[in-house]
Every structure is written in structure tokens, then in C-alpha cells.
Design a protein around this ligand. Sequence first.
Ligand SMILES: Nc1ncnc2c1ncn2[C@@H]1O[C@H](COP(=O)(O)OP(=O)(O)OP(=O)(O)O)[C@@H](O)[C@H]1O
Length: 587
Amino acid sequence: MIILARFLKNYKLACVGVGVFMLVQVVAALLIPTLVASIVNDGIVVGDMDHVWTMGFAMLGAAAVSAAAALAATYASSFIATGVSLDLACALYEKIHRLPYLEVGRFGVASLITRCTSDVNQIQQALLIFIGMLLPVPFMVVVGMALMFSKDAVLADGIVGIMIAIIVVFLVLSRVVIPSFEKLQRQLDTMNRTVRESVAGVRIVRAFRRTKWDGLRMEGVAEDYAATAIKTNRIFAVAVPFVMLLFNVATFMILFVGGNQVAEGALEIGDIMALVEYAMLILGYLLMGVAMLVFIPQAQVSARRISEVLEGEGASSAEGAEEAGKAVGEGLSRSSGIDGKRPVSGPAVEFKGVGFSYEGAEKPVLENVSFTANLGETTAIVGATGSGKSTVANLLMGFLEAGQGDILLFGKPLGSYGSDDPHERIGFVPQKPFLFSGTIADNLRHGFARATVRQMWSALSTAQIADFVEGLEKGLDSPVSQGGGNFSGGQRQRLAIARAVVRQPDVLLLDDSFSALDATTDLALRRALKRDATNSAKIVIAQRVSSIIDAERIVVLDEGRAVGVGTHSELLETCPEYRAIVQSQEG
Ligand SMILES: Nc1ncnc2c1ncn2[C@@H]1O[C@H](COP(=O)(O)OP(=O)(O)OP(=O)(O)O)[C@@H](O)[C@H]1O
């Protein structure tokens, strides 16, 4: 909940406004029964119609003031609740973009989505409840009880007793309900993950005729959620009538005890009416308040889940926003480089004795890996599946942090770049080429925000996909569906390559990006990259030797170790592991 205080700081004035409006609303609402008592006691009973009229108009005024104050308080509370939840959602969104690669895996995508949506929504609802229904309770109880005590101390004591009973009921209730709410939120995560998997893996499910299994799995998850929700609601089903009974006991007590006092002449008839109204207002507000109190722990759970992300590892949200804005707005360094000068030759990337282990893994994924990728050259990384090739790419991209050794980008350790984002100099094509929904042009602009149409066509041409895009009815404005699902694997790979090429990066990092291409396209693409990305250092991770045969330098990875570095012909002579790979692909 501390996290909320941080975000509420921006709404100080609105918070003060809400407090003032609430107080006015409560005082005006409590004035009405006082005026009613006066109408009855000093008007109707003694036949003074002038007093009845005067007090009647005063009642109207009090009702109008109470309504206006309630309206203003609701407006201000909605402003605060929606504002804070928007700020929270933005901060979460920015932070998720800065989260270390492994942290994203630790939270899980489904859980991060629930935290950005359902949890933020819980906070919004809780703020509305807190401001609208809990905040007026102390005002109402203090002012209302003062008025009650001024009329009849015995009856006021009785109402205090009923108030205590209501609070005790809800305190007991919350002990049972809070764990249920925590469970519900966890089950929502599971449901989210299951739906995601079901939808994403729909083709696999159909292909393996597992529709029934998938349906049963979904049903199981939904049933678990429903069972917890029903159990929670059952508790409320018992508690609410019990509290209503206490409510009616209060009315009975005032009418019975108050009636006797009227008969004895100790109380006036109008005072009974006022006392009943006060009691109903006080208990009504209290009931509403404590009933809503049980929803606050649910928000506490959500606040904790949000804090885990916001206060976890990674750059702060503000820093993140700044970085993200800079990268998108400025369209990346392109030909200027971080220092304003663009080198044309020499080492771009250096791995010096780099080692890395995934958390909990028995042995390191990379051990003492050293190689250099020069500008204007192609450096290839080959190796069997699982040999650590993508880990090299993830380390260079800063998604993972090396355990041992140094990774230098243009002579500077990656870690020392600070706010000079090293990503600005690298054009990355991931192993799974992810495209965003929008248009082809939108996706290319993810690579370089200010890319001109000519630059986009040029990048598409380098990536060997210009002819295909030209053939589409809307060309660059052709739609791309979520994840690029309306394109083939090879088309997605080439569009992802074009997105990286369009920024004319100093380092072009291609992680197994030719795997879905036929041999002719593979060759044409390699030639085009050599021609169009002349000055870049091209780092090509590949399984197929044919894709890297003409690289200036080939690094052979075997179980995380660089067992050979050289050209194709050199490695054929000196590196048995490389020879084995080549032979396996020839055969
Ligand atoms: N997030 C992770 N957590 C734990 N271990 C991982 C993780 N990612 C990869 N690994 C392990 O690290 C090793 C190297 O993985 P990596 O993806 O770098 O291999 P690769 O050479 O790129 O494989 P491929 O050619 O199949 O893509 C594998 O044994 C893999 O199981």
C-alpha cells in the first residue's frame, strides 16, 4: 500500500478537496433530521406554521448543499482513482519494458498482464471505495454520535454497542475472506495463462486432436476459480443478513426505549424521529464502510503484486520512460554513433573470457568465450542446438548479464554505457521474429522512427522482401496482424531483418534469422547484406553452415565453449567440431 502513497502525492489538492466536500456532505445530511425534529417539536406540536415553513426551507437548503457536496466529492474521488490507476498502469508498462530478461520469465507473461490490468483495476476500485465509502465514515460517526448524545445518552450508548458488534463481525469476516481473495487472484493468473496457451496453441491442440483435453483443462481451472469465488460469497451471504438484523435491533431499541421516554415526558416525539434518522445514517455509513473494508485486503494483494514489479530489478520507471522516449523519438543513432563519430573499421564487439550460468543451472551455459566482431565484416557463430548461441546474442543485447569476463561495444564495457543505450547501435533480429500488429511501415518504424519511404523500400529490398510487399494491394500500408500471424515464417524473418536493417546499425545481430529461408533467398540475402550493410559489423548466428560459409570469422561453440575461431577453410583444417558439423550437413 506504500506504493499508493507515492502515486497519491500527485493528487494532494484533490485529496484535500474530497475531505472538505465529505465533511460538508455529512454535516448537511445530519442537519436534516435535526430540522425535522424542530419542525415536529416546535412547529407541528405547538401549531407554529411559520416555523414549519422556515425549517422546511432550511431542510431543502441542507439537502441541496449535501447533494452538491456529494457530487463534488464523487467527481474528485473519480479523478483521483482513475488518475492513480492510469499512472500505475503507465509505470508498470514502462517498468516491464526495462525488466531484466530473466525477471520477465520469473513473473511470467500471463501474470504481468494480470498485474497491468486486473490488479490495477482492483486498485482503482479500492480507491473509489475508500474515498467514497470509507472516508465519510469517521465524519459521520463523530458528528452523528455527538448529535445523538446531545439528545439521549442512553440510546446513544446502545447505538455504540451495535456499532461495535458490526465492526467485530466484519473483523472476523475479513480473517476468513482475505486468504480467499489472495487465492482468487492467483487463480485468475492461472486462468489467464491457460486461456493464453489455449489460444496461442490452438493449431497444436487441433493437430494433435487434443481439443477435449484442452477443454477439460480450461474447465478445471475455471471450476477451481468458481469454487473459491462461491466459498467467498457464501461467507458474505451469512454475514449480510446478520448485520441487517443488528440494524433492525437498533430501530426497535430507539422506538421502544424512546417511546417509553416520550410517555414519561423525558423526550419529545420529534427527537425520536431525529434519533432514528441519526442511527440509520450512522449505522448505514458504518455498515457500508466496514463491508467495503473487506475489499481493501484484495487491493492490498494487488498493490503488493504491482510493487513487486515496480520495485523489482531494472531501471526505474522514470528512467525507463526517458530511455524509451529517446530511442523512439530520436530514431536511434544511425550513422552518428554514441560519440558523434562513426568508426568505419576495427572491433565493434569484443567478448573477452565471457562466462554465464542461468540461475539454478548445474553447469555454465558459456565458459571463457572470446571473439571479436569487426566493422565491415561478418562474424558467424555456429554450434549444435543448445550450445549457447542465443545466450551470446542475449548477453550482447544486455538482456542477460555476463557472470565472468567482459563484453565490449566499441571498446567500452556494455555495463558502462549507462544512459547511452547500447541498443541504439545494434540492429537485432531475434530467433523468433516478432512483428507488432499495425502495418508493415509501422513495423519498420519500430527499427527507425523517422525512416522515409525510400529508406523503408531500400531495407525491404536488402531483406529480399521488397517484391513481395510491392505485390500487396496496400504495399507498405499492408496490415500486420498480431505477432505477424498473417505472414509465413520466412516472410516474418525477412520483415524482421528489414526492421533491423532500416536503422543502419553499427552492429547487425541476426539470431538464426535465415532458418526459414530457402537456399536461393538465403544466398541473395547474404549478398545484399554484404553490399548494403558494408560498414556494419554483422554477427550471424546460424545452424546451417551454408549460411555462414563466406564469413570473415566463424566462432564454433561446443557446449558453451568457443572451440574454434577462423574462416571456413581454416576451421576445416583445425577444428574437428566444425568439421563434424559440416559433415553432418553434407550427409
Ligand atoms: N531462460 C533460461 N533458463 C534456463 N536455461 C536456459 C534458458 N535459456 C536457455 N537455457 C539453456 O541454455 C542452453 C543454451 O541455450 P541457447 O538458447 O543459448 O542455445 P542455442 O545454441 O541458441 O540453441 P538453438 O540453436 O537450439 O537455438 C540450453 O541448454 C538451454 O536449455
